[in-house]
Design a protein. Structure first.
Length: 538
């Protein structure tokens, strides 16, 4: 099966059993329950219904929809046992996007693990169907970034007034901008919303992190709840961490992992902090179009005679560690390790006066079809990388334990793995770097960024620009003290103890009790994001 085009990541049996039982518990006083599984795959949720003997007694029918005939045949093996238990099964070979049950049937429970297919892998028919589904709810077409969104929206309209929606979804739905309107729709359509995160990785074969979303249409408790799922032998246990009244809508739902008093305290503090875009301009690093071709090692530079045409560039953030300063000696270390750290810049070469060695290297690229890549193909001369300039500072958009911002002392270049920072007049890059490393700013990066998958935090350009930090003129001495701690390999939490005391407590008069609360909240978010938990090495 083509994972990208089918988007199928099948649900572990133990999880399907738990979610079916948990969902049916809402209907212990209801008879004649009808269930819909909109992407049933091999029928794991149908089998889960049979495992829950108590809950299944109240179920009258189940509809199973699956566009893959081969997988649906596996699901149909449950037919006899379902009928024997008084449940009428109906199986449909169909794409849920255009599935229309007879008589506009609606359901008490819609449960499943919808496919996760990015827009670029959708057919034109699927895109049009998704547009129609979203338009019926007044949602902009720009929200069609992934097919799971259409599965959520369509399911809402197929639920009865007492209905429950239970889906396994990408964890990014809590944060990403394209899902904002979906979060608002859920907020408006359901009285009780629960999202469950996992204490361990569920889909071990893919990078995708997931959550469970359980939405109850009518409830006396109008709340948003967050719980953690922990594996216990052949089941799971829910530990509820926060319960927030549905009296306010948060743009990004990771905020609901915080208690109300924590949210109020943090937002009060933010009023005295400065947005990063008030201090500097920032933008993407250099887009080569093919890093393997345009960024090479020291030996490759010598091999192809490119010494006159290379510039030092930082290709990946993990090439440089234990520092907040990019210095020439750091690049020498990277170069000596034979890591790719030289950018080939051919912008000064005229096509009619091209050295033989350069012609040979260009021919090599064409032999490897480098020139056919999208970014290279749209250039007037494919081998000339545009926008080659260095900046005072660098922020890496993806990180593990914490996001990194560096002072670019040596004027090195950076790929689009980072953002180039140009300070506004009279604002010091060293002050920006020093003031960035505090627990509250790193917490805001967690709350306003997104979980890229595999425990990676990604902060987009706008999210970086809108981050707030306690900015002030810290001075050269404190900057050097911070650099000394990084270069000595001091753990980040010990470094934050130092900066939190100096910046948050001494300079901004934030109590140590509040600072400890901020640290605890950040730890909760790290546990939620990192596959191996809070103590994962950087």
């Amino acid at each position: 099966m083509n994972i990208k085009s089918e988007g199928s990541f099948y649900t572990p049996t133990v999880l399907a059993n738990f979610l079916m039982s948990e969902s049916l518990s809402f209907f212990h006083d209801t008879e004649g329950i009808s269930i819909l599984e909109p992407s049933c795959g091999d029928g794991v949720f149908l089998a889960a219904l049979l495992e829950d003997k108590k809950g299944a007694k109240n179920v009258n029918s189940i509809y199973a929809v699956e566009k893959n005939m081969k997988e649906l045949k596996k699901a149909k093996t449950t037919r006899k046992e379902l009928i024997d238990n008084g449940i009428i099964p109906s199986y449909f070979v169909a794409d849920f996007l255009n599935f229309k049950p007879k008589g506009s049937t609606k359901f008490e429970l819609i449960i499943g693990n919808p496919p996760y297919i990015h827009k670029k892998h959708l057919s034109s028919e699927q895109i049009e169907q998704s547009k129609e589904i979203l338009e019926l709810k007044g949602i902009k077409n720009t929200s069609i970034s992934n097919i799971w969104i259409s599965f959520v929206v369509k399911a809402i309209d197929m639920l009865k007034d007492n209905g429950v929606l239970c889906y396994i979804l990408p964890s990014e739905m809590l944060q990403v901008k394209y899902a904002k309107e979906i979060r608002r729709l859920l907020f408006c359509e359901f009285d009780e919303i629960t999202f469950l995160t996992f204490s361990e990785k569920i889909f071990t074969d893919i990078e995708q992190d997931v959550i469970v979303l359980i939405c109850k249409r009518k409830s006396e408790n109008k709340v948003i709840k967050h719980g953690s799922l922990t594996r216990e032998r052949d089941s799971f246990k829910i530990e509820y961490r926060t319960i927030s009244p549905k009296s306010y809508f948060q743009d990004k739902w990771l905020w609901y992992l915080l208690k109300q008093e924590e949210v109020a305290s943090i937002k009060k503090i933010l009023d005295q902090f400065t947005k990063i875009n008030d201090l500097c301009e920032s933008g993407a690093g250099i887009v080569t179009g093919n890093n393997d071709y345009f960024i090479v090692s020291k030996s490759s530079i010598k091999k192809y005679g490119l010494q006159k045409y290379c510039k030092p560039i930082l290709k990946k953030s993990f090439f440089i560690k234990d520092t907040i300063i990019i210095r020439e000696n750091e690049f020498r270390k990277i170069s000596d390790k034979e890591l790719p750290c030289y950018l080939i810049d051919l912008n000064r070469i005229k096509s009619n006066r091209m050295p033989k060695r350069i012609k040979e290297y260009i021919a090599k690229g064409e032999l490897e079809d480098v020139h056919k890549g999208y970014k290279c193909n749209i250039r007037p001369e494919w081998y000339k990388v545009p926008s080659i300039w260095s900046s005072e500072g660098v922020f890496f958009k993806r990180s593990h334990l914490y996001p990194k911002i560096l002072y670019n002392e040596c004027g090195a270049f950076i790929t689009d793995t980072g953002y180039r920072i140009k300070m506004k007049e009279s604002v010091s890059i060293k002050n920006l770097v020093f003031c960035f490393y505090n627990s509250l700013t790193l917490l805001l990066a967690e709350l306003n960024g997104r979980n890229y998958g595999g425990g990676v935090l990604e902060v987009t350009p706008k999210e970086f620009q809108n981050l707030r930090l306690p900015f002030y003129d810290a001075g050269e001495i404190l900057f050097e003290q911070l650099q000394q701690r990084f270069s000595s390999g001091v753990p980040i939490e010990d470094i934050l103890d130092f900066t939190d005391r100096v910046i948050l407590h001494q300079q901004f008069d934030i109590s140590m009790e509040t600072i400890q609360m901020i640290k605890n909240v950040r730890k909760t978010l790290l546990i939620n994001r990192l596959p191996n938990g809070y103590n994962s090495p950087e």
